[in-house]
Design a protein. Structure first.
Ligand SMILES: NC(=O)c1ccc[n+]([C@@H]2O[C@H](COP(=O)([O-])OP(=O)(O)OC[C@H]3O[C@@H](n4cnc5c(N)ncnc54)[C@H](OP(=O)(O)O)[C@@H]3O)[C@@H](O)[C@H]2O)c1
Length: 245
């Protein structure tokens, strides 16, 4: 069956690996993001790897005007429609502490922009009676930590949104997967000190593909983060508030 995937934030390290894997399976791709030159190069690479179609379209999470052209392209595509959201931004918590106005951009990039698009896309899944949405959140959304609680709050909001959307679309044959990566080697984490168990973006892409095939609901990637976060979530608040993890 013909599948079309729109990938938002397609220039992300994880998204590139995911797009390449989908290409090798012959799917059609709409690669959406801010850097058109980079996206066109990626589209050419995906075509060479076997994508039945690969095109680049502009998408900035902070600009609602970019939604319609992508939704139009999806409407015209045949077969099952799918979306994967890899958009994310993580300014240092200390910068946000100095300039609270940065909070708005963090929420737009990690939550309201992706949710706005997915909300307009959801009726297409309902109309076609199937399709998968992959939303990349973060382990940071599982508990507010001193080091990145603004970013964590935006991811937590995204997780909650995805859970509700899963509930809604499941009734129409659609499916929603929440992906919670731990530390991953990418532009977002470049130069950050104190990271451990850092995964390659290809590992995350592989885990997401498996989750799509198995129709998983929520995954941690790599999988050991499920246990780490279980421990972190169960630390009593009187102790947790004194920790600097
Ligand atoms: N790296 C980690 O350790 C880690 C851990 C947990 C979760 N995550 C999440 O994993 C996802 C992928 O991140 P990554 O690690 O692959 O980092 P990345 O390579 O820095 O990718 C981030 C992506 O978000 C895009 N983006 C940021 N703001 C945007 C906006 N306003 N509109 C459209 N696109 C925007 C970037 O586009 P440009 O290329 O135009 O900048 C880039 O494609 C993100 O959701 C991130 O929060 C990452």
């Amino acid at each position: 069956m013909q599948h079309t995937w729109v990938i938002l934030g397609a220039t992300s390290a994880m998204a590139r690996a995911f797009a390449r894997a989908l290409s090798e399976q012959g799917h059609a791709l709409i690669l959406a993001g801010r850097d058109m030159d980079d996206l066109k190069t990626l589209a050419a690479d995906c075509t060479l790897r076997g994508a039945s179609d690969a095109r680049a379209l502009r998408f900035d999470a902070r600009e609602a005007k970019h939604d319609a052209p992508i939704l139009d392209a999806l409407e015209q595509a045949e077969g099952t429609l799918n979306a994967a959201v890899f958009i994310g931004s993580m300014p240092e918590q200390a910068r946000i502490d100095d300039n609270p106005l940065l909070l708005q951009g963090v929420m737009q990039d990690n939550f309201t922009g992706p949710a706005r698009f997915l909300h307009a896309f959801a009726p297409m899944i309902e109309a076609r009676g199937g399709g998968t949405i992959v939303g990349v959140g973060s382990v940071a959304g599982d508990r507010g930590r001193i080091g990145n609680y603004a970013y964590g709050a935006s991811k937590s909001a995204f997780h909650t949104y995805l859970a509700g959307l899963r509930n809604r679309l499941g009734r129409a044959g659609g499916h929603v997967i929440t992906v919670k990566p731990g530390f991953v080697d990418s532009a977002m984490t470049w130069g950050i000190k104190g990271m451990f168990l850092v995964a390659a973006p290809g590992i995350v892409a592989r885990d997401i593909l498996r989750a799509v095939n198995k129709r998983r609901n929520v995954i941690y990637t790599p999988g050991f983060w499920r246990l780490i976060m279980l421990i972190i979530r169960t630390i009593p608040e009187p102790i947790f508030k004194k920790l600097s993890i």
